[in-house]
Structures are given as structure tokens and as C-alpha cells.
Design a protein around this ligand. Structure first.
Ligand code: GDP
Ligand code: MG
Length: 315
């Protein structure tokens, strides 16, 4: 290739950035349920990752890309750190480790309700060996008293793992700008990595599957959330402005299928209605959503099904 060809086109949105532009990868890591995905969504001011009160809602790495004139921050949301008990869990943990390893800056998240526990220390020990700059976000500050927060900040400071310790509330939006400022000043100078209008690496199909799974997580309890996966069978925009979406919900056992369908099909109907409303808002179109429930015994151990579901390997 001659050198003229190797030059980016004039006005290339990736390289045409002001002097001092910063960019890089920012891993959001921590144990399950501390609010990592809520933080990602709060930074982007739009919903990219699903969230729920159940642990292990997030199963893969999800990028959320924030583009400003002075910086492009590529947030990497990740599954919560836990001891895996099956191949799905091992995939999730590999994704979580990868998010930590590839980061320029790490935002480690803890929940002040539980304080600093063994699982948190496990994450701290891992991240201190990475090359990344490390910040600690104590999330859910809206939900605890100041008297609980201050000793926790002191305790965390004594560990010597973090450059800054910042209490935040992703739900209330408290201190998110402070945390963002601390993140950006630690990013290296560089061009944009993604087109400025791109907000995530998820495809529409992946997001649709996640929204359906989110509504299932909200509606179910105990082992059911963990036993569920969603496959997209069809998504077709029709001429009349309606998008037809057909999806199959996998569960592991007949009993779980019964729970999901509910008495007289009421549970599945409610899940479908709530998912449809979310998807209509997201797609800006009317949606016809058809859900099927299918028993796929041991799908969490089945490598080819895991691959089909996108839980098969880490890049
Ligand atoms: P993740 O597993 O770490 O990604 O956690 P999620 O983002 O899914 O959130 C777990 C739970 O914590 C959900 O019920 C959230 O609504 C809740 N949560 C997240 N951030 C906050 C916060 O700032 N304040 C409060 N009160 N709850 C939060
Ligand atoms: Mg999450």
C-alpha cells in the first residue's frame, strides 16, 4: 500500500480529534449485584445492559461507549465475580477476568450494605496485579447512612489498592461526574476507537434477548433466573410498521417451564407484555412478541448450545 492510501480520509471521525484527546478501556468489575450494570447505564445515560436484583444478571462483557469532544471512554461491563459451578459460570468468570486485564482504568465496585467481604478482597487481589489504574466506587450511597460510609472509606483507603475511593449512587446519579472525571484523567492520550455515534458492541438481536431475560429475572425467583436463556428465532419488520419477534426461552427442567408459563399462561403473558413494552420503546416501533418455553436439560453444560447462546468463548 502506498503511503497516501495509508492516511485516514480527511475528517475521519476516529482520528480527527482535538489535541490532548484521551481514550481507552475502563473495566467495571466487582462481585455480583453491586450495581455494575446500573453504573454503565448511568454513565451512558441510556440503557445498554440489563439489571436486576438477582445476582449474575450479566453473563458477558458488554461495551458501553461514551464519546465526548475531549475523550472516548469505552466502559466494559462484566459478570460479577463468583465461584463457577458449571461451564456457563466459567465463561462468565473468564469474561470478568478479561474485562480486568484489558483495562486502562478499573472501576472496582462495592456495596456498602455488605461492606468489604471475602469476595471483594478476591477482586482486589486480582486487580492489584493488573497494569490498570484502580478506582474504588462505593455504590448505592443513596441507600446507606453517612455514618456507614465514612468508616468504609477509611477501611478501603488502608488497603492501598486504590488511587481514589468515591462514594456514588448510580440510581440517584450522585457523584457520577466526579467518578467520570477521575476515570478520564487516567486514560492515555489517543484517537477514538469507535465511531462517535456507536454506544455499544451489542447487536439489536442480543439486546432483544437480554430484555426478554430481564423481564424473566424480574418475574421469577430462586433457581429459575439462573436456569434461563433466551434464543432469538426471528425478528422481522413488517410493512405495517410492526416488528415480529419470536424467541425461545430455554429452561433446564419441566418444573421451571411450569413456573414460567404460570397458571393459565398468566406468567408468560405478563413477561411477554413487559418485554414488548420495553422493546417497542427501544425500537420505536410496535412489536408483536411471541415467546416459547422449551426444556433443554443441562444447557449450561452443553458447549455447542453455550456457543449458540454467545456464552461459548472469550475473545
Ligand atoms: P450488577 O450485578 O453488579 O451488574 O448489579 P445491577 O446493576 O444489576 O444492580 C443490582 C441491584 O442493585 C439492582 O436491583 C439495582 O437497582 C440496584 N442498584 C444499583 N445501583 C444502585 C444505587 O446506586 N442505589 C441503589 N439503592 N440501588 C442500586
Ligand atoms: Mg450486571
Amino acid at each position: 500500500m502506498d503511503s497516501a492510501e495509508a492516511q485516514p480520509p480527511v475528517g475521519d471521525p476516529l482520528t480527527q480529534v482535538p489535541p490532548g484527546h484521551r481514550s481507552g478501556f475502563v473495566g467495571i468489575v466487582g462481585k455480583p449485584n453491586v450495581g455494575k450494570s446500573t453504573i454503565l447505564n448511568a454513565f451512558l445515560k441510556t440503557k445498554v445492559a440489563i439489571t436486576s436484583s438477582k445476582p449474575q444478571t450479566t453473563r458477558t462483557r458488554i461495551l458501553g461507549i461514551l464519546t465526548r469532544p475531549d475523550a472516548q471512554v469505552v466502559f466494559v461491563d462484566s459478570p460479577g465475580w463468583h465461584q463457577p459451578i458449571d461451564p456457563l459460570g466459567r465463561y462468565m468468570m473468564a469474561s470478568a477476568r478479561q474485562a480486568a486485564e484489558e483495562a486502562d482504568v478499573l472501576v472496582v465496585v462495592i456495596d456498602p450494605h455488605s461492606g468489604i467481604r471475602q469476595e471483594d478482597r478476591w477482586v482486589f487481589d486480582y486487580v492489584r496485579k493488573t497494569r490498570a489504574a484502580r478506582l474504588l466506587a462505593i455504590n448505592k450511597a443513596d441507600a446507606v447512612k453517612k455514618e456507614k460510609m465514612l468508616p468504609l472509606i477509611e477501611q478501603a483507603a488502608r488497603l492501598g489498592v486504590f488511587e481514589e475511593i468515591i462514594p456514588i449512587s448510580a440510581v440517584a446519579g450522585d457523584n457520577m461526574d466526579v467518578l467520570l472525571g477521575q476515570v478520564i484523567k487516567r486514560l492515555p492520550e489517543g484517537p477514538r476507537w469507535y465511531e462517535p455515534d456507536r454506544t455499544t458492541d451489542q447487536t439489536t438481536g442480543q439486546y432483544v434477548r437480554e430484555v426478554i431475560r430481564e423481564e424473566i429475572l424480574k418475574a421469577t425467583r430462586q433457581e429459575v433466573p439462573h436456569a434461563v436463556a433466551v434464543l432469538l428465532d426471528d425478528m422481522t419488520p413488517k410493512d405495517d410498521g410492526v416488528t415480529v419477534i419470536r424467541a425461545t426461552i430455554l429452561v433446564e427442567r419441566e418444573g421451571q417451564k411450569g413456573i414460567l408459563i404460570g397458571k393459565g399462561g398468566l406468567m408468560l403473558k405478563r413477561i411477554g407484555q413487559d418485554a414488548r413494552l420495553q422493546l417497542e420503546q427501544y425500537l420505536g416501533q410496535r412489536v408483536f412478541l411471541e415467546l416459547w418455553v422449551k426444556v433443554a436439560e443441562g444447557w449450561r453444560d452443553n458447549q455447542s448450545l453455550l456457543r449458540e447462546l454467545g456464552y461459548g468463548e472469550t475473545a
